[in-house]
Ligand binder design. Structure first.
Ligand code: HEC
Length: 137
């Protein structure tokens, strides 16, 4: 039997790698359910205020953002609502008072209530799987 041409081996390897890549990609995207929780309109307003006032200059959501203040993804379960409102009302020696109206405070609280339902912020609590995906407890 004649030896297989090196070019054919290369083409064969290329085709196999493409097939493996495509089937893995298909498996990954069809297996992992995309969990989407629609935000209600008040929480969406809160998100806009969060962006306009640039709260993420000092705070993180899901571990991303500035590090002068704490991560606020789960602040709603960590702190009583009245405490959150008090901070939003008056600021602290480090955090400026943004002179928010009571509607703006309601919206921000709704936003924190929403982010709290979307998962936990601490990546250390994530479980890493062999296929490279992560899940939360
Ligand atoms: C200049 C930096 C800075 C900015 C900008 C800022 N914060 Fe803060 N924030 C802090 C710091 C620092 C703390 C922690 C309390 C302290 O040490 O004064 C804090 C605390 C908080 C807390 C209480 C968190 C807890 O676990 O105690 C909330 C809620 C909060 N900020 C919301 C906001 C919102 C909403 C905005 C945007 C409108 C904002 N912050 C903008 C610095 C900032």
């Amino acid at each position: 039997m004649a030896p297989i041409e090196p070019f054919k081996i290369k083409v064969f390897t290329f085709v196999i790698l493409c097939a493996v890549f495509l089937s893995y990609t298909f498996w990954l995207y069809s297996e992992v359910p995309a969990k989407s929780k629609p935000a209600n309109t008040l929480a969406e307003k809160g998100k806009m205020i969060w962006q306009q006032k640039n709260c993420s200059a000092c705070h993180q959501l899901y571990g991303l953002g500035g590090h002068l203040g704490p991560d606020l993804t789960n602040v709603y379960s960590r702190r009583p609502e009245i405490y959150i409102r008090a901070i939003l009302q008056a600021g602290t020696p480090v955090m400026p008072d943004f002179h928010l109206s009571s509607k703006e405070k309601d919206a921000l609280v709704a936003f924190f209530k929403y982010t709290n339902t979307t998962g936990t912020a601490d990546p250390k609590s994530f479980t890493q799987h062999l296929d490279g995906t992560i899940s939360q407890p």
